[in-house]
Design a protein around this ligand. Structure first.
Ligand SMILES: *Cc1c(COP(=O)(O)O)cnc(C)c1O
Length: 298
């Protein structure tokens, strides 16, 4: 946001991280920056939202928590043609699974709190770019605003990075196995996972990601009440926000991570109150399946 000034306009993925929605609408909107939230799965919707004052497009893919996929090549081309800075929040995919700069995106943002740190014991972020002009401006802004991590936080992220590729392999393997298990379960209404053939954008996901990741979203039969019961009964999965650590977590976006997104907007984006988001960890897959099964048993 330090690349922008009052009067500038930003287009953002509608199904984005709740905290991104919150900081854009509650902090930066007050500074005179305007935001339009659109379904960026549709390149025409993105193109239509780009106006004369649009300076930046903030894209999340896979999105949180509905795991919508945005065509990064199309976004990069559209933004480059209009002189708009393209930014991808790559937190869910990590550089192991998706490399937006290689597809023409200008800036990549990571919450290093998640997979990069990997052990749920550090809070941090990273911006990555190959553009010298953006790098110089961001480096200046980082120093000026004081967004500088402490040495111990930096050390924790570097420790996590050493095992990132190995952890991601297991996250992806377990994520796919959990998604398949839940999809075949009679008490489950819908499973969302980018590499399941039932995902409406499975082909696009496979064209820009090397694996499906560790995040799985699931709607149970019985809506919110069923989700509540399920979350209370899980034992191996811990009820908690955050994601991307070695341990499996489960949460309810409607009342936890995305509670700051107004109910009407959640509904319009397809985020049901009964949706459960799973961050599938590195445990043995039999333990995870057994836990999910017992929590679903009447
Ligand atoms: C958690 C998260 C963030 C914010 O990260 P923090 O380190 O918790 O501030 C941003 N984007 C996505 C996709 C996230 O999951």
């Amino acid at each position: 946001m330090t690349l922008l000034k009052s009067g500038d306009h930003v287009v953002c993925t509608d199904d984005c991280y709740g905290g991104t929605y919150r900081i854009f609408t509650k902090i930066f909107q007050e500074y005179g920056i305007d935001f339009t939230f659109v379904d960026t799965r549709d390149p025409d919707a993105l193109a239509a939202a780009l106006g004369p004052r649009t300076r930046l497009a903030w894209i999340e893919t896979p999105s949180n928590p509905l795991l919508k996929i945005v065509d990064l090549r199309a976004v990069a081309a559209l933004c480059a043609a209009r002189g708009v800075i393209s930014v991808v929040d790559n937190t869910f995919a990590t550089p192991c699974l998706q490399r937006p700069l290689e597809l023409g995106i200008d800036l990549v943002a990571h919450s290093t709190t998640k997979y990069l740190g990997g052990h749920s014991d550090v809070v941090g972020g990273a911006l990555v770019t190959a553009r010298e002009d953006l790098h110089a401006r961001l480096r200046f802004a980082q120093n000026a605003v004081g967004a500088v991590p402490g040495p111990f936080d930096a050390w924790l992220v570097l420790r996590g990075l050493k095992t990132l590729p190995v952890r991601m392999e297991r996250h992806c393997e377990n994520g796919l196995a959990v998604a398949r298990f839940l999809e075949s379960h009679p008490r489950v209404e819908r499973v969302i996972y980018p590499f399941l053939p039932s995902h409406p954008q499975a082909a696009l996901a496979r064209s820009q990601m090397s694996a499906g990741g560790g995040m799985v979203s699931v709607e149970l039969q019985g809506g919110l009440a069923a989700a509540d019961r399920f979350l209370r009964r899980l034992k191996v999965f811990t009820l908690a926000e955050s994601l991307g650590g070695v341990e499996s977590l489960a949460e309810s976006p409607a009342i936890m991570t995305h509670a700051s997104v107004p109910a009407a907007i959640r509904a319009a984006n397809g985020l049901a109150d009964g949706l459960v988001r799973l961050s599938v960890g590195l445990e043995h897959i039999d333990d995870l399946r057994t836990d999910l099964d017992q929590a679903l048993t009447p």
